[in-house]
Design a protein around this ligand. Sequence first.
Ligand code: FAD
Length: 446
Amino acid sequence: MTEFTYDVVIIGSGASGTTVAFEAQAAGLKVAIVEERSWGGTCVLRGCDPKKVLVGAAEARNLSTRLRGKGIKEEATISWTDLMAFKETFVEDVPESRLESFQEAGIETFFVPASFQNENTLQVGNDILNAKKIVIATGATPNTLKVEGQEHIQTSDDFLSLEKLPDSVVFIGGGYISFEFASIALAAGRDVHIIHHNSEPLKKFDPDFVAALVATLKEEGIHFHFDTDITKITKNSEKLHIEGKNSFSLETDLIIGATGRTPNIAHLALEKANIDYTKKGITVNEKLQTTNHAHIYACGDVAATKGAPLTPVVSMEAALVAKNILGGNEKIDYPAIPSVVFTSPKLASIGISMEEATANPEKYQIKNHDTTKWYTYRRTNEKIALAKIIEDRKTGQIKGAHFLSEEADYMINYVAILMKANLTLADLQSVIFAYPSPASDLTALN
Ligand SMILES: Cc1cc2nc3c(=O)[nH]c(=O)nc-3n(C[C@H](O)[C@H](O)[C@H](O)COP(=O)(O)OP(=O)(O)OC[C@H]3O[C@@H](n4cnc5c(N)ncnc54)[C@H](O)[C@@H]3O)c2cc1C
């Protein structure tokens, strides 16, 4: 056993832990980072980045399908093997290069699980680390559905490294991961099902646009089974058999569970350091300090903050933790956060919900546009393109927006800038956008 002492020890090398580590090191502090799985964390290895590579192939296939007979002869087909090999080029070097960049920066690294011994001391494998400040940035892992035969359910981690995509795939859960993966598997020509326990998937998005997305994906071939509670999964020969309440029954080759994520706190021995937590994660104040200790911080997916578990959000939290470690006294203040479901079409939202906007008609004006027939969307033969802009009635400033189209991710980012700058759509009349482009449609949403 060796004992080390640091100014800051960070547990977890994902987007949040990495941000804190580099900032603290750059300011001259003695920093160590601990990782138990692979250097780099979820986004780059098992989340956003590999997923978006697969989304790219789905986009290419879907565009070729939409333009077939309109200048394109053949529908593109996805080779899963080639696609996974391409995806791997984005992932395979990450752990080593992340480790090297820590080492080059002078950040000390420990590749073992960390747990608390007390509020200043961590057990890290056989070593003991003493630290003036500790940052818990341990992220989250996929939930397991508690059901008979649950061992047959695989996770998003498995989906993103599948060597072979079988003919039939069932996704359990009505969140964005299920929808995105289902859209990818559909583009790859598979028989795809989504099972959800209630009838409200993608709860954080505009219900009208969710309904339009579900209808479009249904038409494209995804089978939705809402209000379906799974009771049992069995495996006979090569097939998996799903049973549910009300005589539900379905046979498939692969089941991916995407029923939420649990903060990684179970193995941290938080009670030894008297750190409070709930099932939503580690309890923190607005400075992202844990409730009983000003010197222990938590950020990212493991922290029970108001921020969504999304990479740009966890990076923002981490940047604040770094500032506070370096003597700051800042409170987290989230701007409007855009979120996107990378299906085909994509669904995006930012700012206040439609529910809030419609409940306060004296305060908000909703501009509702069916843009399907607009040039931008006809050019690529999109089936559906919808937009809603929510404005403050008095100032005209944008308070929220919702999009459903292949360009929804770009549109929501433009709106994020407008919201940050407190600009109105009318202000854009004096901006010249490159034409034709999705941005040049913005002024017409007024
Ligand atoms: C399939 C999928 C798709 C996603 N797509 C998007 C997207 O498109 N856009 C977006 O913004 N976000 C997306 N996300 C969410 C995003 O990936 C996460 O919000 C983000 O990666 C969380 O970063 P983090 O630093 O909090 O945690 P993580 O990146 O999970 O890092 C935590 C690290 O801590 C380590 N660890 C845990 N416990 C210990 C311990 N006791 N000791 C040592 N190390 C430990 C873990 O091994 C892990 O490496 C996606 C997530 C998934 C799963």
